[in-house]
Design a protein around this ligand. Sequence first.
Ligand SMILES: [Zn+2]
Ligand SMILES: [Zn+2]
Length: 362
Amino acid sequence: MNDGTKAWLRAAYREFYFRGGERIEFPDNVASREFGYIPFGGGMVRHLSFKSKGEAQAEILKQSPSSVYCSNARYEYPARPIDEKGWMGAELIFDIDATDIPTTCKRGHDLWYCEKCHASGKLPRPEKCTKCGGPPAEFHGTCETCLDAAKEHAKRVVGFLTKDFGVDTGAIRVYFSGNRGYHIHVFDGRFESLDSAARGEIAEYMIGSSLPPSNTIAASIRHQRQTGPQGAGWTRRITKYVDERRQSYSGTLQKLVSEGIASSRALVDSSVTTDIHRVFRLAGTLHGNTGMCKMRVENIEKFDPQNDPVVLSSKPVTIKVEFYPRFRLKHQDFGPYTKPETVGLPTFAAVSILTRGLGEVV
Ligand SMILES: [Zn+2]
Ligand SMILES: [Zn+2]
């Protein structure tokens, strides 16, 4: 990324923070949180603390960085090194990313490409570029299919929280991550003091990785006298799924149980949930790889991840694109750009290409 592109991106982000600064959603106890940011073209700056929202907001506008982060933990001394911070508790957080959910669409939009000769192809990435032998890079895209899958898994997380863990709907906030998924924040005091291992158990429960093998579950269903949905939690999900389909199903009971698990589990990234010292993208700020806003999702059914979080302007800019697959934003299709070319794009679309280092402002 050259200096001209860095300056242009920073100006585009600054324009958003100048007029959209009040969209930033600070957590409670701002003074007890650790903040961090990544400047355009730079490395992570961590262990920052601010006395108030106003002070934090002024610094964000001043820096207009590529990414802004804030801890879900509260600390006695948020600016000190990790082991001296004095951990006081952390909100429970779940991360759903389209990349982690198996969908067949990825074959179409996840590619490798060569920065040297601009050859590209489907994943898995070859060790060397098939044309020139140079080092190939990976590109992970999105489409309606995988974004819908991410939304479905985010809804399942909310289902587990409310039905299985008794969390009040009002204590759950769902955010679009600004890229490929959703962050679910739980503001319920019962979870705040949980350590990493306990949080991991909750994540494993949602993923279904702590369930008995499907043949064991199938055997216990086979031995039951009663039919219909039974019990609570996973037992209820599986018995309900099986009961609704068993009559017309031609496969084995074990296969039906496996399908029931696959259609109910939420593929959360457990490494995110268990990290109690993490800094997360701050809600209401822009994603460093897309220019889209990490935003609160009030109505997940109606939420359109390719339109609603697109907050940067439509002001045209001329850029030289190296490579970029087709993408869709604000009901418009862009690309694919398979060889270097100079194109005019609206700011919101150009940002995706520039922030990934796949183009420069001309
Ligand atoms: Zn090549
Ligand atoms: Zn997709």
